[in-house]
Design a binder for this molecule. Structure first.
Ligand code: ADP
Ligand code: ADP
Ligand code: MG
Length: 540
């Protein structure tokens, strides 16, 4: 395997040369002539969390819409009623499911993918929204589990992304349904919050409910699912649901690009976790030494203390820690957007910054936007090979910026940041809305641009796989979210990951076949052994 191939444009190159013939029978929905086609559907199993893993644009949300009764599949013809759907699935486990769905005996509930849209549709206070959703009488329990006590009296309009995500998940949990669908529940959450919702979702299944979840954070998907489906195909053209697989096998087959039972190679290369140009911590030329910094906001409610440290030329430093601990505040001080209360960022270095929440009000095409920043980079073979092609940017050139999907906008914003000439690149949460291949393509592009251009990047990130793949060193944030935060000086990966994971109380092991990080179940033999030895994380 060649890892993420820079020359092959990973996620555009996913093509299956011949569609197997028997697939035509499994044709579930076609949006129109020459439009996207969905083949097969996932299973739904009582008492189980069924995970779904696949690239953006391969029909995962479409499948959720069908199983939740929002979309009657046209069976790739002109069908418009459930009876034909029931007939088409005769002998399949889904026959029974669709019969009940039609009779209204099954009540589905969906946590939608884009929680950012909720404030446009719902007004009012969090408490009122959740009280209205509460059909189970579990208001207090769910509020506590998702740590919503402190925001119950806030307006929906004022919530951060991570708060909206937890409110949306809570609203779904409070409903009395049979089938619960969570479409990308991890966006904007920190690792501790991700594992918390994973446990909550697991408990829901254990109480006998059916749960389906679409998720791109591999460590989380792994932790939460009983079985998974891999979705493969050609994004925007067609998508095929695989057979259900054990979680470990399914994820490993996905990474290898080869489905064994189906005998299908859906990607010409394997995804591996070997970093390109492995570098030793604290090696080479120092770019800058930043001093101790303190930030207190006017209202005096939050205090951040940053211990001084040094940054090296060519390195990528991951920034990890819970939400509300001051990561964005730190990045903003380095970018010159916020002024420290004590200390001074008095360097003459230039900074390029991608904020966490991206604005979409730009009027014009992607090409306009990017060429205004630096048109020469769009023509450069180096940038085409290292950045633009791997991120699929040329395919987006003619699109209007304000019509891009979340994942498309994220890739454009990352590109806009990286084509600007600067000494330091500050990138706040690049993984939001990206699929696994895109996350790795972005990670690889950042690493190679920093190494080859001899620049430095600081990346705030919550996806453990991405942090692991991206970072040469880590800045760990500790403290009490919303009250005070402390940023430790940059440290090596082993020390940093151990410190960071010890704060959350979670251990990771490596999958022996693919080398990917896997979260240990709490209290398992491995978990206890690793905690005893203080090895929360294995580098290799
Ligand atoms: P995923 O959830 O895997 O990202 P979706 O199910 O949202 O994928 O979309 C799969 C494909 O179907 C995309 O190319 C999308 O543009 C297309 N699509 C989604 N909804 C519609 C629709 N109502 N009409 C036409 N095409 C659609
Ligand atoms: P993180 O990036 O780690 O999630 P932030 O730096 O965004 O954390 O926020 C840290 C704390 O500071 C939070 O409690 C947040 O509400 C608060 N905060 C952030 N910006 C401001 C501001 N401009 N005024 C007052 N408080 C703020
Ligand atoms: Mg989707």
């Amino acid at each position: 395997g060649c890892g993420i191939c820079v020359h092959k444009c990973p996620f555009n190159a996913i093509t299956i040369v011949n569609l197997p013939e028997e697939l035509e029978e499994g044709c579930v929905h076609r949006y129109g002539i020459n439009a996207f086609v969905l083949y097969r559907l996932p299973v739904v199993k009582e008492g189980m969390v069924v995970g779904v893993l696949g690239p953006n644009g391969t029909g995962k949300t479409t499948a959720v819409k069908i199983l939740s009764g929002q979309l009657i599949p046209n069976l790739c013809g002109n069908n418009d009623n459930w009876d034909n759907v029931i007939k088409a699935f005769r002998g399949n486990e889904l026959q029974n499911y669709f019969e009940k769905l039609k009779k209204g005996e099954i009540r589905p509930i969906v946590k939608p993918q884009y929680v950012d849209l909720i404030p446009k549709a719902v007004k009012g206070k969090v408490r009122d929204l959740l009280k209205k959703a509460d059909e189970t009488g579990k208001f207090d329990e769910v509020v506590k589990e998702l740590e919503l006590e402190n925001i119950l009296d806030r307006e929906i309009q004022q919530l951060s992304g991570g708060e909206l995500q937890r409110v949306a998940i809570a609203a779904a949990l409070l409903r009395n349904a049979h089938f619960y669908f969570f479409d990308e529940p991890s966006s904007y959450l920190d690792i501790r919050q991700r594992l918390r919702i994973a446990k909550t979702i697991r408990r829901l299944a254990e109480s006998g409910k059916n749960v389906l979840t679409v998720e791109h954070d591999l460590a989380l998907l792994d932790y939460m699912s009983d079985i998974i489906h891999v979705v493969y195909g050609k994004p925007g053209a067609y998508g095929i649901f695989s057979q259900p697989k054990s979680t470990r096998n399914g994820i490993n087959e996905f990474l290898r690009g080869y489905l064994r039972d189906e005998n299908v190679r859906f990607r010409p290369f394997e995804i591996t976790f070997t970093k390109t140009g492995e570098r030793k911590a604290q090696e080479g030329e120092i770019l800058v030494q930043y001093p101790r910094l303190v930030k207190e906001y006017e209202n005096g409610s939050f205090r951040l203390e940053v211990e001084g440290g040094e940054l090296y030329v060519g390195e990528v430093v991951g920034i990890v820690g819970p939400n509300g601990i001051g990561k964005t505040t730190f990045v903003k001080m380095l970018a010159g957007v916020e002024k420290p209360t004590e200390g001074e960022v008095d360097w003459s270095l230039t900074v390029s910054y991608k904020p966490q929440y991206i604005k979409t009000d730009y009027e014009g095409t992607v090409f306009d936007l990017l060429s205004k920043i630096d048109a020469s980079k769009l023509m450069s073979n180096f940038y085409k090979t290292e950045l633009l092609n791997p991120l699929g940017i040329p395919d987006l050139y003619d699109r209007q910026v304000n019509e891009l999907s979340g994942g498309e906008l994220q890739r454009v914003a990352i590109t806009a940041c990286l084509i600007r000439d600067a000494d330091i690149y500050l990138i706040d949460e690049p993984s939001a809305h990206l699929d696994v291949e895109q996350r790795l393509a972005v990670s690889k592009a950042i690493r190679s641009l920093m190494a080859k251009n001899e620049k430095t990047a600081l990346i705030v990130e919550h996806d453990v796989m991405m942090v692991d793949y991206l970072s040469d060193r880590l800045i760990v944030f500790e403290g009490e979210p919303g009250k005070y935060g402390r940023a430790l000086p940059p440290m090596g990966m082993r020390e940093g990951m151990n410190r960071f994971l010890a704060n959350i109380g979670i251990t990771f092991r490596r999958d022996p076949d693919t080398g990917r990080p896997r979260a240990n179940k709490e209290g398992s033999v491995k978990d206890r052994e690793q905690k005893e030895r203080g090895e929360y994380y294995y580098l290799s």
